[in-house]
Design a protein around this ligand. Sequence first.
Ligand code: KG4
Length: 338
Amino acid sequence: MGTTILGIESSCDDTSAAVITDGILRSNVIASQKVHEAFGGVVPELASRAHQQNILPVVSEALRQAGVKAKDLDAIAFTRGPGLLGSLLVGTSFAKGMAVGLGIPVVDVNHLHGHVLSHFIKESEDQEVPDFPFMALLVSGGNSQIIMVKSPYEMEMLGTTIDDAAGEAFDKCAKVMGLPYPGGPHIDRLAAQGNPEAFKFAKPHIPGLDYSFSGLKTSFLYTVRDNLKEDPDFISKRMPDLAASLQKTIIEILIDKLAKAVKEYPVKEIAIGGGVSANSGVRNAVEEFCRRRNIKAWIPKRAFTTDNAAMVAIAGYFKYLNKDFCSLDLPPYSKVQV
Ligand code: KG4
């Protein structure tokens, strides 16, 4: 058997395990935690407890589906950060314990590098992958970044959010509209039926390639509050229009900075990743943006946009080939480190 890596992801509220052999995906199992829905957001302590309950069955199932025995593994890759510390501790401790038991190395993966490298998860031998260097737009619940990807090991962050992430803007505005958590997919669905020009929301004017979404969130909140004074049924009457206008503004903010980035750093290929890259409007806008500039666009399969261990396994596979192993005393980290 070729080089076989088990990947473990536990940075937020999805417990996931995946097996990759020589870069080809053999299994990708995800247990999403329903326990948070009632709270309108992820409750860290509940997430850690659910990871503890899920991790053993999820890893066993990933090995079973891949047709792999634990003794066939060459290394275990795990998400070391960024994320919720208690959640990360579960995956980190499990990966280290299992690797020590099997006498194989552990490889630590930066969750954000995982999202970027998700384009290298191959489901067949002849699947095409991006050429280095390429630019990545990483848009998730916790991050909005523009990254220059020079190799699987070398990434330079060109811009990042100075406050909220794009996913937070979707989720927090959706919460104001009374939609369930996470609100992003609901906004996406409603936006398809609404008028994107119905409402105008504030857009940031900050220098450089950094993002900001907190002003948009405030402006959305004020629009809803002011209209509710006139009509108590405002939200239910105008939901699709609110969703479409919000989505349009988020996309414009993302694309404006991407345009600035490619002017400063001309590239031939752009890849998007992270939970928000599942958004239909974002996917279409990036494709259109790239088509106009003769840039190749890499749009991930939806299954690989939100948190998954396949991306951790592929990022770990690259590090394994580079013999970049993790010492057992390295703890998880919660904050971004690109
Ligand atoms: O990458 P991810 O699973 O978690 C982080 O690592 O942060 O991203 C989750 C985020 C949530 O904010 C969720 O609302 C958003 O991705 N999301 C979407 C869509 N699907 C997921 N946002 C907009 N449209 C979607 N279709």
